[in-house]
Design a protein around this ligand. Sequence first.
Ligand code: ARG
Length: 473
Amino acid sequence: MRLWGGRFGEGPDARMADFTRSIEVDAELALDDLAGSIAHVRGLARAGLLAPDEAEALERGLASLREDVVAGAIAWDPSLEDVHMNLETLLTERVGPVGGKLHTGRSRNDQVATDLRLWTRRAVGRLDEGILGLERALVDLADREGDAVLAGTTHIQPAQPVLLAHHLLAYVEMLERDRGRLADARRRLNVSPLGAGALAGAGYPLDRGATAAELGFDGVSANSLDAVSDRDFVVEVLAAVALAMVHLSRLAEEVTWWSNPRFGFVRVADAFSTGSSMMPNKKNPDPAELVRGRTAGVIGALAGMLTLIKGLPLAYQRDLQEDKPPLFAAVRTLDASLSVMSGLVATLAVNRDRMRSAAEEGFTTATALADALVRRGVPFRVAHNIVGGLVGGAEAEGIGTLAGLPDEAYRAALDGSDDPLARRLAHERGVVAALRAAATVEGSLASADVVGGTAPQRVAEALAAAKARLGLE
Ligand code: ARG
């Protein structure tokens, strides 16, 4: 029997029933639904709406259902629409007519809003763990390859050398912000809609606060209409999830390039690579590519969710049933992506020599050399021009690095300047040697000695802080 069938003259058309049911998706909420029902039963008992033996029978029935859900022993009945109707029906089968009292003072509208908040809260906890796992893998790698040097790029062109550890720690920063956004969303979502009823508020003196506390909520939603129609928390979590996926996607993109033999900076472990059905030589970083690819769907989930609610009047509309597929799918995707990227990063082999030689290509120490001139009093624009001339000259001579230029080249560049101080430096003892030292990769790294810079000491401090935060020491 349909639980809402009283006023209907005929049964549902099969097409309508197929079209509207959600059990295939919302069975996922079963444990949260049961937790909500148990708290509701206790609330009804406290309000005197259930006799103690009735409450006990209902709770026992709900607990037995919980065991069966955990064991995967429930056969969901598609004709019963959704998880709420399925569980209420099963409960009544188990405990008899008293099951009919469960839904007192409750609507599926406040019920599903409660379930979804509980589910999302658990999901956020799981994702937080996953993010921490990837952070640990990145920090481990940074620690292991502490002095590996990477060609930092802008515009995909060689820019300045940075420590690989510094680069990896940038991702740790992004992931920490992701954790912060999820924690922030969790704070706002953790209020109980139960007691809002269908939309106006339950018609019984329910102690909403007590039920909320029982479910681990920090409080109750202040407005019953908002309680049943608000899905801001889904949007917020999807936004945080989408941005986290974007971060993973950027990392994935870098790994695919780095593992290309032309770069040869890293080797992705065989266990995280796939081959080609046709080309025996191939070894592809497919998990990274799929992280990048699946990010599209998660961004779509966020866009879809915003679109879903933008035209909805208050209060509950059936459209809201469509909040679950994008949320569930996006959370699953991030969860799995974090897990596979953690494994991929943890097993990455770094080729320091390849990285190091690429870090020297493209005159990446030019800025550090210009800075060294500035430290001797030369205006930055003049220094920029002098070093630019050195780069042009080296390129013309087929000399690959600034540090590789002969003394005469440095002297000539200084001497040819309009700036009197630069000209004087051309003839001062020790200046050229000091400039050449500044133009090495080590000199360049050491000069970025500000908070957040890539100077080895700064990176060591950042790494130590990250390790302490992650409990890695
Ligand atoms: N399956 C529905 C959903 O997920 C449950 C709430 C239905 N409420 C209703 N009055 N039809 O949104």
